[in-house]
Write a new protein. Sequence first.
Length: 664
Amino acid sequence: MHAIQNPASEATLHVRWERLRHMLWLLPLLASLLFVAGVLTWAYRSEGAERDDRRATMIADALSSEAQLQGQLQAEQAHLLELAQQLPGLAHTPAALTRNPEVVDGLRRLWLGVTWLDANNRIIAHAPEQTTLAGLRPGDSDLPGQSAHLTQTVGRDKLVVRYSPALLLRRGIPWWLSLKYDVQLIDANEEVIASLDQRALRSEARSRESYMVSVGSNMPGAFLELSLREVPPPFWLTLPLVLMAGFLGLMLVATLLLRRQVVRISRAENAWRNEAAWRQAMEDSALVGLRARDAEGRILYVNRTFCDMVGLGAEQLVGLLPPMPYWPPDALDEVMLRSQRNLEGRAPRDGYEALWCHQDGRRLNVMVFESPLIDAQGRQTGWMGSIIDITARKQLEERERHQAEAMAHQARLTTLGEVASSLAHQLNQPLTVIMGYNAGLQRMLSDAGYDNQAVLHALSQQGEQAAEAGRIVRRIREFLTRRAPQREACDLSAVARRAADLLQRDLRVAQVQIEWVQAPALPLVFADPILMEQVLINLIRNAVDAMSDCAHAAPGGRMRIAAQPEGERFVRMDVEDSGPGLSGRTVEALSTPFYSTKSDGMGMGLAICRSVIEVHHGGMEAGSCSLGGARFSFTLPVFDATLHDAPEARLADEDARASLESEL
């Protein structure tokens, strides 16, 4: 069965709830009463704990003082025993007793007098002879209380030492203890034997907290009593109770003022909600992102357009301090510095461009305009920013810039190709003349019967190098004049060793050791050996320069040149070094025309090498290696006589070369 709800009861509950809600302003007063009750309870318990601690401390001090008095009395008893052992050799005269060292020391310490008695308790001698108590210091003669005795039997004689208990207290009780307690010696009848003060305080001590402890066998029937000098007042007479009473009065006044303020705030809140609803509707309809920040950079407000721009909700952004989640992670320091400058009021008046990140990772180009944020009192409390998304405009400008750069690169490459072709043509004739003179000189020396083998070998090497230079110039000219490379079957390892032989002098100067790694039965490749030699010379020279420029490395370095099959159709050549590495750069960035990491480099070496490899239908890549430096690798197709001797293959190579040059 369903319960039947009574509308009248629901209305009654609603009315009661409204009344209860309107009485919430009394909660601070009730909380204050609970707080005061808690403080009073705490004060009562704290006073009891302090009383217990004070009692425990007094007991400990009394036991410690009693132990010190016992120790002092035992020491005096030992001195008396030493004196008793000297009596058989001592004259029975007061002067002899007075001059005894033990007597003199005892009178200086604590003794008031020493009496030597025979078996019939008749006085044999007494010290000191004068009536003045030599053992007392100035002021000790005024000590209140009675005197006490120490006795020692020697044979049939007896020694009796009289001392002052007050003097014992003064010299045995620490000074700091006497500032805290009234110290007295009392007997079993609670009469004062001795006190540290000039007058007995036994009658006054009855109203104060005290503790008694028996002194022991040296003073039978005597007790050491410690009484507090200051009596702590009860907790209800202390300052906290007065403060709590004043606190309750202030809370009552504050509660009445709070009640009046709550009424005013309720009225203002209703008006503010209506106004805020209108303002929120207008700001959410704007197409410009709005952001309010305080003087520390904390986000105070963002509109819906701003949230859509960065991909974060208002609840995720409001209250955040720099760095912001929409700032690029790779430029936090720079953006933080600019944000601090803007918060100091140095933002450009005509706005500034910034790079932000959407929550999904894409980058945004925005235009930010900052203006002072003024409160109702006319004071600047922060900054209001208007943000416009200019990503589409920046992308259009970037495309136009890339097109202009591409056209400029094409013009530079065309000019460079013409200059290189002209230089190759002009260098070919002097190289031919050098070769002619070299050949003629060798014939003349041979006809003259000259047999110096070192000179003849040098001339032979000179001719070979001149011929090699001529072939290189001719191939470069053919490469730049859109002729297909003279590809043939060649041993890639042999080409690499020839390239290293040409750089032997540079390798010796740089103290670089080359490690050769060649896979067994390495197949031949289909490539132009002259151009491949130039590619390897460029890669080896770059590795040597990188290891030489490494400031933190020791002189010399290691290089590894490895050749191995790459699948069934390609051969891979790796050139590795122990230099500083690529620092995260890719082969695409390094082979960009006119890009160079050397101060005197033209930025065309790796670009030409990559073009040559791609003309040969190979690929080039770069990365790190096990030697700790950089690794440059390229692949070339394996020579296949059934494919590479056909005329169609040569025509395809020439077309590929022309297509590549058109892209560059």
